[in-house]
Each structure stands twice: as structure tokens, then as C-alpha cells.
Design a protein around this ligand. Sequence first.
Ligand code: ADP
Ligand code: MG
Length: 754
Amino acid sequence: AHQARINSVVESLTKAPRKVDFPQKNGHVQPISEIFGQNVFSRNEMSKMLPKPVYKTFVQTLKGNHTMDKVTADAIAHAVKVWAIERGATHFTHWFQPLNDCTAEKHDAFLTLKSSFVDGSEVVTAIDTFSGSQLLQSEPDASSFPSGGMRSTFEARGYTVWDTKSPMFIQEGPHGTSILYIPSVFISYNGEALDEKSVLLRSAEVLERLALEVLNIIEPKDAENRTELVYTTLGTEQEYFLIDRSLYTLRPDLKITGRTLLGGLPPRHQQLEDHYFGKIPTRVLSAISECELELAKLGVPIKTRHNEVAPAQFEVAPIFEEALLAVDHNLLTMDVLHRVAHRHKLKVLFHEKPFRGVNGSGKHCNWSLSTDKGDNLLDPSAAPETNYRFLIFLLATLKGVNDHGDLLRAGVASASNDHRLGAHEAPPGIISAFLGSQLTEVLDAIEENRPVNYGAAGLELQHVRVKGTVLDLKVANLPPISRDLTDRNRTSPFAFTGNKFEFRAVGSKQSPSFPVTLLNSAVAKALTEILADLKAEKGDKPVASVEDQLVVIRKYIKLTKDIRYEGDNYSDEWVQEAAKRGLANITKSPDAFLRLLRKGNTDMLKDMGVFSDVELNSRYHILVEKYAKDITIEAQTMITMVIQQVLPAAYQYRRDLAEAASFMKNIGVEASPEIDLLNELTPIVANLQKDITSLKYLMVELIQVQDIVQLADKCCNLVIPKMEIIREYADKLERNVADKLWPLPKYTELFLNI
Ligand code: ADP
Ligand code: MG
């Protein structure tokens, strides 16, 4: 009998939640606001610890007005060393984001040996040092990171360079020590991007510069409160699954590939919709609160936690921040969740589709632009129809998505996200944008040159238009509430949600960096076009008048109509409609990756200075290779599981049945029902064995395929369908073989509300 599985199930139900000690003050838990950021070498900390002129120079370098000099770097290095060592730091590390959806670090000790000569003989002293040049750059042996052929071995050098915009922080090391983290970019010897971060920085810079130019042409301000900076904002809603760790250890597929390759749906899963927003299970809540505590210390502003739709699925969301920081913080959130879950004997799954048949996980990227005065450029305000600044930025975003929707699709493609995009709960492979009925009416009215008719849009709101509208609850003792300008459409891959766009197609496992980079670039490109049109309209005048702006707005409403869709994105009707509109419907990753190389996309990315040809090609190859490797690993894992676990369980059961039948026959019972069951199993087992053998041969053949693009296509068109068939048979066996013989924890058990 499969005692391991049964023990784990019992254990998972009886484990007590781990006790977490929150810092106390005056006999109660200390407010999180007082703990927030205590492990961050923040600007505040810097301004306290650095000599005034040094801090001033640093602020100038942040604004791009000054390059970091040796004196400043040395002073900062010294200050951060003192700060970190006071907090138990023994090591420092450049922390960077290579092209593998992970973060990378290599620790160096502060320890240095200094030798001097006393009376003619050498005396060695141990000291802690950290220099400006160690702070600024490091040279990890970078030849083992993916580069898509960009770094040939003779120039396998890579450099990590401190990203001054993201603050340094310490994280717990072993035994009460800590480690100083220096957020960094990772570039090749020739300055090419080898990471997620450098392209994100480039795209943010160009977008922010162009947005500022547009602002200056439509609303010149007196020198006093002129917008000096625009920045991209990002808030990432992270979905994930949490399951019991000992059950997890019995699933090779989860351990190796992050998803279940086998396993059927139990009779009860998500159909009662009783998990979503339900009470968070005690063990999970205990783990999540410890995560939040750790993240608070790291300055990650976690705001929201709740159960998600699928059983054992949850979500965590922060307060939005400048995109560069938000990306670092999302990666830290994933890392902390991973580590803390372990302490609670839980396992976090970030895969987009760990379980077939229930909802997968996404990472909704809420995106907008903000000025240094705190104005959100995508805030429609009370009367969007006369808020031309809002309309221009809204249309720029739509134009970017309209022209480069296929590129955005490429940015979220992966073997794992393929299971989610297009499945019943997630946006399809068609990129479109949802605006809601009010904004749709505003754009339609402007296009048709008529007054806005909210009544016709079913809104009847003309009179109340202060920050949304008031909703009558029809119960006297409830306070009036205001409602948002937009309704909701969960099916849209790219939805306007009140004062920001929400890019929902992004996968839960991937770094938000690449999709946001592509979005930034596409919108930046649209802004160059809008800028040119505004300039043409205004002629010699210092600024574009409202009439000039309206001409441009009307033009872009017309240009972006095709990308707007308010209906059900999951419907077949939309698939047909989208085809009529000429929108790409890309269901498989290898096709999506190719869009990275479409001329319209490469030209745009080069024009915006975000990617070079070499970098784009390398990206393409890295993504294709990763896809092929992911699927190859899945296939190999499936082969092992079927041969070593599924088939032996089936054969054992058949043997049990045969023994029972022969026993019956011995005592004179003819035609025992065991024989019928045995006969029923025979074709399933025979087919499974045949198909697993043919998958094995296929995988051997594929080892010969040198060209990775060809390999990826074969994985997509030959391996995946074969795996589907095998799964059907294996899952049939799961339903028919005696439970006590089944080695793999089943979905019901993995979904247990721990
Ligand atoms: P939901 O989309 O489920 O309603 P919320 O309204 O809580 O979720 O917001 C989702 C995320 O959007 C949060 O992380 C929030 O900080 C972020 N967000 C809100 N405003 C902006 C903005 N202007 N720019 C970027 N992100 C934003
Ligand atoms: Mg949301």
C-alpha cells in the first residue's frame, strides 16, 4: 500500500500552524509602519549618513545630471558598509536579473587582509572593506547565464553595475548574519543587455522623456510648478498556489516542472465558488503574515491578501510604485514567499497552470504614468471628455497596443503560460483593450463630433460626475458609496480599470520586466507620433491649443478603434470578429516568439533605443530555447512517472485482480467480476504502454535536432499532443486503480484546505 502518500495526507491535515513572533512594543504588536523599510538603505538613511555635498551629488546622478564620481561612490560605499555591518552583514552581493526569470547573486565577504611591515617583518591584519568600485561594478563569471549566442566564449565577460535608482537592502543570512544586496543591471563586455533590468530602464527613460515633451506642448506651466519628471508606475497582483510540502515531495512532476503532468479533477473543485475571497486557511494565513513582515522590513508595501478562485490559490498585491522598484519588489515578494512557505512546511507554486481544469495564475500588471507632482496621467477626472491630457495619454496607450499587440503577446509567451492563455479563465491569444461603457461613449461622441450621451450608454449620469458616481443602495442606514468610472470585464487581456491599465495576460511565474518593457516602448513610439501631429497642428504657436489637441485626439480615436473590444473575450464570436479586424490570434508560444522579429516591432524597439538587433535576436533565441527545454523536461518527467509509478501501480492492481479471479475459480466461482474489471483495464494499460514507448523514441529522435527553432516546433506539434494522449490514459487509470496502490497524491489531497 502507498503508505507514504496516506501518511502525508494525514500529516497535512494535522500540522499545527508555525508560530511567528511579531516584534512587540508596549505589550502589543508593533505597527507595521514602524517596521517598514528597516532593512533598506533608503534615501532617508543616505541623507542622514552621508556628508551633505555627497548626498547632493548622488541626487543629481539620479536625475541623470551627473555621472557618479569616485569620491561619491567611495563615500556611499563606506556609509553603506557601516550601516550594513551594524546590522550583522558579513557579505555583499550584486543582485541582478539574468534572462532566466530568476534573480542571481554571488556573495563576497567584506573581509580583506592588509599587510604591513613592522620591524622588517610582515604583519597581516584582517579588516572589513568595501570600496566605491566594488559598489559600482562587479564581474561575475557570467558565461553560464543565457545569452542567446550574444556572448561568444572568447568574450564571455559580463558586468553587473549598481542600479542607483533601486535602494540597497539587507536580507537575513544564516545564523543571525545578514547580506547586503546591491540591485544591479547585467551587461556584456560590449554593453549589450544580458538581463531584464537594463532594457526596462531604457524603455522607462524614453517613455518618460517623451511623455514630458507631450506635457510641455499641451500645457506649458509657469516655471514654478512645471512637471519636471514623469515616471512609469506599476502594481503587480501576484497569484500563486500553496500546497502542503510533504504531499508536494511525492509529486515528481511538481518538483521538476512546477505543474502536475498527470491527475484528474476531483468531483468538487472550484465549481461552488466557495474558495474565492473565503476565509484564509489558518496555516496559510500564518505563512502569509510572516511573508508580509519580512517584506515590510524590505520596504515592499504589501497591501492586499486574499483567496483566489481555484482551490489552494491565493493572491498578494502591493501598493503601486515606480515601475523599476515595483519589479524588484515583485521579485523579492516571490523570493520571500518561496522561503517563508518552506518554514511553514508549505510549497508555493508560481507556475501559470499547476493543475489542469481549475484556474491558472496570472500576474496582473497595473500600469500608468505619473508626474513628479503626483498627477496620474491616466486619471480621467470628473469629466474625461474635456480632459484632453487624459485622452491623449489614453490614446497613446491604445495606439501602442494597436500597433504592437502581437509584440505584447510575445512578451507573455512561455510553455507554461500557454496553458493559461486561451484556457477558459484567461484572456485569449488575441490582444485587445477594454475601456468600459462610459469611456467608450466619450470616445465615440468625440469621433462623431456630438455631445456625450451618458444616458444612451446606459449610464444616466450626466448630473453626478464627481470622481465616479453615487450608487443608491436602497437601504436607509447604509452610507452612500461612489462607484468607479469603469465597469469590469475580467475577460480582457488589457483593461482600463479606473485610472490605470491592467495588463492581465502576464504570467504569474515570469518577471514583469519584459512585458512592461515592451509596453513602455510601444507607448513611447505612439507618443512620438502624437508629438509630431501636435507639433504640426500648433504650427508656430508656443503650445497646441485645445482645438489643435482635439484634431489629434479625433485622429487617434479613429486609428485605435480596432483594438477596442468591450465584449466577452472568451467567446468564439470574438475570435471571428478579431479575425475580421485583422488582429493576430496567437495561441502557441513558438508563433508568438516570432513576432519579436516582425519588422514593425524590431524597427520600433530599435527606434526607441530599447533593443538592438543583436539583443533582440538573442532574446528570441533564449525564449525559443527555454520553451524547447521546458517541454523536453516535462516529457522526460512524464516518461519516468508513467514507467516507474503509474504502470507498476496498474500492473499490481491487475495482478491482485487476477489472483482474486483465480482464487474464485479454485473454489468454483466461474466468471468472477474481477475478470471484467481486468479486461476493462487491459486496453488502457496497453495503450499507455504503447504511447509512452513512442514518446520515449520521439525524445531520443529529438536529441538529434540541432536547430532550436525546429526543436521548439517539434515540441509544440509532436511532443505536447502525445503528452495529452498519455495523460488521458494515465488519468483513466487513476480513476480505476485501487486507491491504496496509487503512489501520487491526487488533486483532492493537494487541494486540501490546509
Ligand atoms: P483590483 O484590480 O483587483 O481591483 P486593486 O484595485 O486593489 O485591484 O489594484 C490593483 C493594483 O493596482 C494594486 O497593486 C494597486 O496599487 C495598483 N494601482 C493602483 N493605481 C495604480 C496606478 N496609478 N499605477 C499603477 N498601479 C496602480
Ligand atoms: Mg486586478
